[in-house]
Design a protein around this ligand. Structure first.
Ligand code: MF3
Ligand code: CO
Length: 270
């Protein structure tokens, strides 16, 4: 299957979906407090989907039972929301997606409840910045794995982190998961050439220890094998017909973070 190329009108719909995702994640981030449960956070997403006439893409995806993923501490991704209260110092990783008129958005962040262990905070900062470095490398005319390489190089330049191998980013459009798979490590210069009209979800997942994971008996929750804490950040971005990027799931289109890296975002979706 070829990589889906979107028209400007289709990317406008993806921006609508992306904004619902981005705005919902802001509401969830503000709600993360000691004693709140991840089921409470899921409920915020359910309500905000309805308020925006958007559909969930996680619910029933291969039987997944919620509209968000909520992964705490050594849970890195795909945690199922539950009734355990969040505690001071917990790392809470929230992944969420939405569909508008058939077009998907997908984004995730990690945050620390209350008082942060400085090494946990650094883990999150490195993971988030590696995502922006990856997006910045995703230029028209570049190769797919230039993104992978940028993520890995940045991460390794900041310390010793485990970069998950079995999970990565993906194309996104009329399905949440499309080709190509986007590795978060590996050599540059490989894979398809990036072209205007492509949309990719970039999502590094790292731990303070091993890259090795296992899946819990619930058949979803991915934890680190050594119990080390993890982080996960994700944004969906597109390359517009003018050749410039736009981060569909970021409220500002990615302008602040990308301008810092010397990249101007497209004005076509503003
Ligand atoms: N949003 C995740 C990803 O980034 C997938 C979530 S799996 C689901 O690819 F089952 F929860 F939908
Ligand atoms: Co994703």
């Amino acid at each position: 299957m070829a990589i889906q190329i979107k028209t400007l009108d289709q990317l406008k719909l993806m921006r609508k979906a992306g904004l619902v995702v981005g705005e919902t994640l802001i509401l969830i981030r503000e709600a993360i407090k000691e004693g709140v449960t991840t089921n409470d956070l899921n409920e915020i997403a359910v309500k905000n989907l309805a308020a925006n006439k958007a559909k969930p893409n996680f619910l029933n995806y291969h039987g997944y039972p919620a509209v968000i993923c909520a992964s705490v501490n050594d849970e890195i991704v795909h945690g199922i929301p539950n009734d355990r209260p969040i505690k001071n110092g917990d790392i809470v990783s929230i992944d969420f997606g939405a569909i508008i008129e058939g077009w998907h958005g997908d984004s995730a962040f990690s945050a620390i409840c209350g008082t942060a262990d400085p090494e946990d905070q650094k883990l999150l900062d490195v993971c988030e910045e590696s995502m922006w470095q990856g997006i910045a490398a995703g230029k028209v005319g570049a190769k797919l794995t230039d993104i992978s390489y940028a993520i890995e190089q940045y991460t390794n330049s900041q310390g010793t982190y485990g970069i998950l191998r079995e999970y990565g980013g993906h194309g996104i459009g009329t399905e949440m998961h499309q080709e190509p798979h986007v590795l978060n490590f590996g050599p540059a210069g490989m894979g398809p050439e990036l072209k205007a009209g492509m949309a990719l979800a970039i999502e590094p997942m790292i731990t303070r220890g091993t890259h090795k994971t296992r899946v819990l008996d619930d058949e979803w929750t991915v934890v680190s094998q050594d119990g080390s804490r993890g982080a996960h950040f994700e944004q969906s971005f597109a390359l517009l017909p003018d050749g410039k990027p736009f981060v569909l799931t970021a409220i500002d289109g990615g302008s602040e973070k990308l301008s810092r890296l010397g990249i101007e975002i497209s004005a076509l979706l503003s």
